[in-house]
Write a protein that binds this ligand. Structure first.
Ligand SMILES: C[S@@+](CC[C@H](N)C(=O)[O-])C[C@H]1O[C@@H](n2cnc3c(N)ncnc32)[C@H](O)[C@@H]1O
Length: 362
């Protein structure tokens, strides 16, 4: 009988012990969670066990699967006034086609060639101005500049290996000037910024957070692995922004996207440097053609420098009624995959050819 209270006391200690352990486990889980979800990067965020690269860890638990409705009707903006770049044309297309095509499209934005993050901000600002839901963006870069081009393929003189090295931009004792051959010439001996430091700077300048903007560091031949899309929870591409200049980089980026099935009918692909290399035999245009053939893609050029007609000054009589005579960059929509090949551009616009011839190619 005297054992009764002792037994109860013991039972009470057991319950108390289990409760404390549960509390401790929950606290540790929250600590880990906080490391992953907070806005800045930590070593945990950057660890990679799927590629010989580093990446920031997205806040997947906060990502909604349903797209919120747009907040504004499609508007017509006058481009390129008010300093709006060609990427606004892309977002204008998405906005104009929102009801019929993109409202139910569960897609992400992929940018190849991030450097200091300015073009990601341009994309995000355009989405906001058109009243579209904030997209989730993935940025891929070595954060050390360009790799060498493949032997036998030409490139503008200024695009030597190491050009656009963002690890030194903005560091004291280091300055860069644009060259007439389309590159940048830099001087100085500043310590290169680490990937982590570059992310911190971009987060500070552009207000990026891991909720909607994440980065994969590394040269594409190493960083674009088959496991990456599943590991990071990537969704089909709503828009792919190609700003990695070289043939080799563009080919690797597109090949990875198509082989991972991240590009689907409806995906838009915009090229920042299409007209800066020899057309069809080098640069982004060559990679585009080869990928169209490899994956039997039917492309349709929809905005920007698609044809001479689209580059005539003045408003166009189609959905993106806006001035775009200076915006040579072509943007293609993927119509079908695995059936007919159509590169989406039969002849290059004269202005594009002129620009390609203007730069010295080596
Ligand atoms: C012209 S810059 C991008 C500029 C940026 N989009 C902007 O508007 O601020 C080109 C970028 O592509 C990156 N890049 C090119 N080829 C690459 C490759 N094969 N792997 C990783 N990064 C690459 C370079 O590091 C460089 O930062």
């Amino acid at each position: 009988m005297r054992n009764g209270p002792r037994l109860r006391r013991r039972l009470w200690w057991v319950v108390f012990g289990v409760f404390s352990i549960l509390l401790l486990v929950d606290f540790s889980a929250q600590q880990i969670q906080q490391t992953v979800v907070r806005g800045s990067v930590s070593a945990t965020d950057l660890k990679s066990d799927v590629c010989s690269c580093r990446f920031t860890q997205p806040r997947l638990q906060e990502q909604s699967n349903s797209r919120t409705a747009r907040t504004r009707d499609h508007a017509i903006f006058d481009l390129p006034s008010r300093d709006r770049g060609w990427r606004w044309l892309v977002v204008s297309f998405i906005s104009a086609e929102w009801q019929s095509r993109y409202g139910s499209f569960q897609g992400d934005v992929y940018e190849f060639g991030v450097a200091s993050g300015n073009s990601i901000t341009a994309i995000r600002e355009a989405f906001a101005e058109y009243g579209l839901p904030r997209p989730r963006i993935w940025g891929f870069d070595s954060f050390q500049g360009l790799p060498p081009e493949l032997p036998g393929i030409s490139r503008p003189l200024g695009w030597a290996s190491g050009t656009y090295d963002s690890s030194r931009q903005g560091t004291s004792g280091y300055s860069c000037d644009r060259t007439p051959s389309g590159g940048v010439k830099c001087k100085g001996s500043a310590r290169p910024l680490t990937f982590e430091e570059q992310i911190r700077n971009m987060d500070y300048t552009h207000k990026f957070t891991r909720k909607d903007t994440n980065f994969i560091q590394g040269f594409y031949n190493m960083s674009l692995t088959a496991e990456l899309p599943v590991h990071l929870g990537m969704r089909p591409a709503l828009y792919v922004d190609i700003d990695c200049d070289l043939y080799v980089s563009t080919y690797q980026a597109l090949d990875w996207l198509f082989s991972s099935k991240l590009i689907v009918p409806g995906t838009l692909i915009g090229y920042d440097d299409w007209c800066l290399t020899t057309l069809g035999t080098a640069g982004e245009s060559r990679a585009h053609i080869e990928i169209a053939r490899k994956y039997k893609v039917k492309f349709r050029c929809v905005v920007g420098g698609c044809s001479n007609k689209m580059l005539l000054p003045g408003p166009k009589h189609n959905f993106h009624t806006m001035v775009s005579s200076k915006l040579l960059n072509p943007v293609f929509v993927v119509e079908t995959i695995g059936h007919n090949v159509d590169e989406g551009m039969l002849t290059y616009p004269t202005k594009c050819e002129q620009q390609s011839n203007h730069w010295q190619q080596v």
